[in-house]
Write a protein that binds this ligand. Structure first.
Ligand code: ZN
Length: 399
């Protein structure tokens, strides 16, 4: 198969290279070499060259927090009652949208169809970003994703989470996720604002530790939905790998997160997108502070901030618009660091050591955009993406 040569200004995931060159070996889907033009040997023989003026080459985008609910509805009852085959078919459409919006890797932190989507993409049956699926999240009985007005057996049947109580049930739930083909573990350590719950603690520290330990034994990362002081301190103590949402940071908590080197995924855009839909005073108190003090503290303590939109495919948070999170982060981090949060650092958060950078030997996941997003971040909006290359395969979204 031919070599693919990309020429132009490039952001590698850590540095900007003027007049860069990236050589893709399409036979194995990796980057054969990357650097400055003139300093990298160009391949002889059959090549295809992409060198459009005024464009920038970047690593493919990564969204570390999505859900494939496959329903236009915004509420828990929609998510748990949509027929699974329909959710799967709609999610195939969502995968296309994500890929054509420049996302080459996404992590599904809980759905009924994520592991199957992941498998179908791996098999090449459908086109889409690489899906790292957490299969079903872990929640306690009567906690998140327990449609509690319904009788328990029906709620458990419909829920997209595994309900578990006590350390051993929690370990068993992790084992079920692994059995499903899950490649990450998601737990709910606090209530969920999207389900009109409060910030109360939802697992004991013993339960959290059991989950983290069991997941780590299998080499899986643990993503913890956590907010409120107690919820955050509990997951830090349990040793999770990333904190999702993370409202109500204090200097003490931020320091503890930093000390344990835990990634911080503030999921700003979902709060913006669902503002009018879910307005209530309790929610607003936390969200307002999240956009001010939390983000200031996260910056001040130099937390490893990562892009995760928490978009789930409903009409108010459609897949394909996930770059909104990168725009939201840029308000605090600036354009360059916001792109880092959605490329190289996102890959690090997911434990991928061969993605998220334009680097020799890495997976050939790249995008070519019109303009320079380090100056004008709208350049990563779907309308301005000329090429998406995933594993060396070329897609042309706006052709
Ligand atoms: Zn989520």
């Amino acid at each position: 198969m031919a070599k693919l040569v990309l020429k132009g200004d490039a952001f590698t995931g850590s540095e900007f290279i003027e007049q860069g060159i990236i050589i893709v070996d399409q036979s194995n889907g990796t980057i054969e070499d990357a650097g400055r033009q003139g300093e990298v040997d160009e391949p002889s023989g059959e090549t295809r060259t992409i060198a459009d003026k005024g464009t920038t080459i970047l690593p493919g985008l990564i969204d570390t927090h999505v859900h494939f609910f496959g329903t236009p509805g915004p509420n828990i009852i929609d998510w748990v009652t949509v027929p699974e085959p329909l959710a799967a078919v709609r999610s195939v459409r969502d995968l296309y949208r994500l890929l054509y919006a420049g996302f080459t890797t996404v992590r599904d932190l809980g759905s009924k169809v994520g592991t199957y989507l992941s498998q179908a993409v791996k098999e090449g049956v459908i086109e889409g970003p690489r899906v790292i699926s957490a299969s079903r999240p872990l929640s306690r009985t009567g906690g998140n994703d327990d449609p509690s007005p319904l009788p328990l057996p029906i709620a458990e049947e419909l829920s997209y989470s595994y309900h578990c109580d006590g350390p051993w049930e929690c370990r068993k739930a992790v084992r079920k996720v692994i059995r499903d083909g899950g490649e990450a573990v998601k737990l709910y350590a606090s209530g969920s604002l999207s389900q009109e719950r409060k910030g109360h603690v939802h697992f004991t520290v013993d339960e959290l530790k059991a989950i983290a330990d069991e997941a780590h034994l299998a080499g899986l990362k643990v993503a913890a939905h956590a907010w409120s002081e107690e919820g955050l301190m509990n997951v830090v103590e349990a040793g999770v790998d990333s904190i999702e949402h993370g409202m109500w940071l204090t200097p003490e908590i931020a320091q503890a997160i930093k000390k344990k080197d835990i990634f911080y995924v503030p999921t700003l855009s979902v709060f913006n997108a669902t503002k009018s839909n879910r307005a209530n005073a309790y929610r607003e108190k936390f969200v307002k502070r999240h956009f001010t003090e939390d983000m200031e503290l996260a910056k001040q303590f130099n937390l490893k901030i990562v892009s995760g939109s928490d978009y789930f495919g409903a009409d108010i948070v459609p897949h394909g618009q996930n770059y909104m999170e990168i725009l939201s982060l840029a308000k605090y981090l600036g354009n360059t660091q916001a792109i880092v949060a959605a490329t190289s650092r996102a890959a690090e958060c997911l434990g991928l050591n061969n993605a998220g950078q334009l680097k020799k030997g890495f997976s050939a996941d790249l995008i070519v955009v019109k303009g320079n997003p380090l100056i004008d971040l709208e350049a990563i909006s779907p309308a301005r993406i000329s090429y998406v290359i995933k594993n060396g395969k070329v897609f042309t979204p706006n052709a």
